[in-house]
Every structure is written in structure tokens, then in C-alpha cells.
Design a protein around this ligand. Structure first.
Ligand code: DQA
Length: 145
């Protein structure tokens, strides 16, 4: 059975109480339950960290175990070249890496308009709330078929 890594960067552990006007009122546990309901036999391994090094080590793990990745890099999106280089290892290994965002960063502050991750991701889904992850999971399912 294929495991999909659903990796979440800084401050996403606070979903539910963090800026609900932007991110909604659902928590990461709600997101996990929603993805598990849509998993169609895939295993969902959803994690969150505020630590850049830990997030990078999880991308290495994806490469070493050949697992597809759904990644919300959160604020690291906008400036972490280290995370970008690790994300490139995933896609260069021929694995799917879907960059997701709950909000639409392009409709927000200027600094959010740049993603240093997008160019090395397989693709990007943003602006659909938790449905951004559900759509990414749908893509993973299609590609695995
Ligand atoms: C985010 C958008 C980022 O700009 C922000 O720093 C986040 C969340 C999103 O999911 O909309 O933490 O990645």
C-alpha cells in the first residue's frame, strides 16, 4: 500500500485558531480525517513541524522510501533555498511533489507572491482551503493508477 507524505511547515500546527479568516477553522486533525476519508486505499502520513531541518529530513525520507509528497511549506515557501534544494531531490528522483497552500498567496501581501519551491515542484494548488490538499491527493491517486 502506498503511503503519501503530507508535510506541513511552520505555524500550521495552529490551524483552527490561527487567522481563521484566512485559513478557516479546521485543525490539522480535521485535515487528516478529511484526507483519510478520500484516501481510497492509500495511507496518509500527515506531519507538521516548525523546524526547517526536520522538514528537509522528511523530504530525504520521501526520496529514500519512494513516497509521493504533498507539501505545504508555509512561510518557508517564500525564502527557504535549503527546502527548495531538498524538494528538488524529490522531483529529480521522479517522485510527485505537489506544493499546496490553503490560502491564495498571490492575493495576499507582496512577499507571499514569490515561491522558491514552485519551480522544483511537480505542480502547485493554492487558494482552495483544505480542498487544495484533497485535490493534490486526487492527483497523487491519478498518477499512481
Ligand atoms: C500558506 C501561505 C503562506 O504564505 C503562509 O506563510 C502560511 C500558509 C497557506 O497554506 O496558505 O503559513 O502556505
Amino acid at each position: 500500500m502506498t503511503t503519501v507524505l503530507v508535510l506541513n511547515g511552520p505555524n500550521l500546527g495552529r490551524l483552527g485558531s490561527r487567522e481563521p479568516d484566512v485559513y478557516g477553522s479546521g485543525t490539522l486533525d480535521d485535515l487528516r480525517a478529511q484526507l483519510e476519508a478520500e484516501a481510497s486505499g492509500l495511507t496518509i502520513d500527515l506531519r507538521q513541524t516548525n523546524d526547517e531541518a526536520e522538514l528537509i529530513s522528511w523530504l530525504y525520507e520521501a526520496v529514500d522510501t519512494s513516497r509521493p509528497v504533498i507539501l505545504n511549506p508555509a512561510a518557508f515557501t517564500h525564502y527557504s533555498y535549503a527546502l527548495r534544494d531538498a524538494a528538488a531531490l524529490v522531483t529529480k528522483a521522479g517522485l510527485l511533489l505537489v506544493e499546496v497552500h490553503i490560502s491564495n498567496p498571490h492575493a495576499r501581501e507582496e512577499f507571499r507572491h514569490t515561491s522558491v519551491i514552485s519551480a522544483v515542484a511537480t505542480g502547485v494548488i493554492a487558494g482552495f482551503g483544505f480542498d487544495s490538499y484533497v485535490l493534490a491527493l486526487e492527483l497523487v491517486k491519478r498518477r499512481l493508477r
